[in-house]
Design a protein around this ligand. Sequence first.
Ligand code: SF4
Length: 275
Amino acid sequence: MIAGRSGGTVKRKSRAKPDPVKAWARRIARYRPNLQRDVMDGLASIYGRPAWERRLDPTSELVLTILTQNSADVNAEKAFEALRHAYPSDAEVVAAELGAGWGGAGLPPGAPPDWTAVEFAPIEELIDVIRPGGLAPQKAPRIQACLRRLRDERGDYSLEFLGEMPALEARAWLTGIDGIGRKTASIVLLFCFGLPLMPVDRHVERVAKRIGLIPPKASADDAHEMFLALLEPDEMYEAHVNLIQHGRRICHARNPAHEICPVAARCRVVNPKAP
Ligand code: SF4
């Protein structure tokens, strides 16, 4: 409250707090014009422009992504293969070319596991099956909870309906499941349907923060939203895949190879005042 002219008091109007995501996008546009474009073009000059292609059916993608949580991709592949062998199904063979953006050795083509058998497997048995993937005691109940939620709500295990929904609605549906965060949901929706979402993994986060595409202290959840505000929907897949490639090949966590980096001229690590 402040004193009014007449001696009474008037209420000070409280200012709405600016949306940090929109504020950041405005700041980049104003002070670092064309940053996104230059980064995309620089990365494309060495990694090319990956074309989106579905690699797995969405239920398999979701389970495989759960298996990768805090585990190496190659170990997640071993666990997924173990699921296929332990709970075989006679579903149609699915393409399983895990190429762009995937860090594992690649799954051989094959049918997804029998999801009914996975959902109803005794938990100790399922933990044993996926043990090669790491953190099996946490992941086995998470996988069963996902399958249960799907069957309860939809009557089967298909996630194809998500492709008909707007991106943020589809993401909200998936993150409504315990243990599924924005990164996992975004992977499923970007890779299975090409929906414009940005999975922010450790490589994407590290490279983007170094360049200054996102603020150094942005939370993982804010980082997701900032990418959506900074990039065009049709840039999301390429940006995700190429930022990951860059994190793996040049912008390593330790000793990044600045001297061969195609975006060094715009990177705030090399030059804290880079345009
Ligand atoms: S200049 Fe160095 S820190 Fe910046 S993106 Fe390139 S490799 Fe990473």
